[in-house]
Design a protein around this ligand. Sequence first.
Ligand code: PGA
Length: 254
Amino acid sequence: MEIHIVQTAAIGQLGGELIARQLRSKPDSILGLATGSTPIPFYKEWISLVGKGELSFARARSFNLDEYAGLPRSHSQSYWTFMQENLLRHIDLQASATEIPNGEAADLQAECVRYDRMLESAGGIDWQLLGIGHNGHIGFNEPGPSLTAGTHVVELAEETRQANSRFFDSLDDVPRQAITVGMGSILKAREIVLVAQGEGKADIVSQALTGPVTTELPASFLQLHAKVTVVLDEAAASKLPASLLGSTRGVEQL
Ligand code: PGA
């Protein structure tokens, strides 16, 4: 596991370097993309690099991690809308090369099967971007007595609905279900980049990276993956034990 600690304002720049390295080595990469506040600095930087002609997604494909069930795509808080506004509309990734689970499907189970088939026929994810929930979820793989390998319909944890209610008029408006790519597809990604910023994530990041591997903290399974890059700002890294901090380069100046 490679851990980078950078100033909050430098997270985007590092995100630009990481994607540039990936696309340089494999221009037709299958990218696993995420939503939420966490990836926004990455996406801003990618848009800027594409605008300057320094980065191209023209040969890449993307698969998003998740989508709310029952929200129309056109809803301001659907992840489809989030992706268009925060990334896809502004870069040269082809519209036909971007996949997001269809939360409006009449048969959600069939949609999960369809999504897994697409992922499989694409050869799986080369480079997976992840945020982490305050409860340790990745994608919408919520803590519980078991985890699911494939794409599935999930009941959102109350904590997740509360956290996401900041984007809705009220808690009641936050969907109760979502479709999420499962732990199997995430852990089969050839490289995973986990990003967290802010003090609010410090405890869960430390537990995920150093605590027991448990379904009660889905991100802890990343400890079992061969190629994980962790990007943290100083606040999110503030609870990491000395044993892990020793393997970092301190706060890196980019
Ligand atoms: P956030 O969410 O980026 O909005 O903090 C992360 C997550 O829930 O995975």
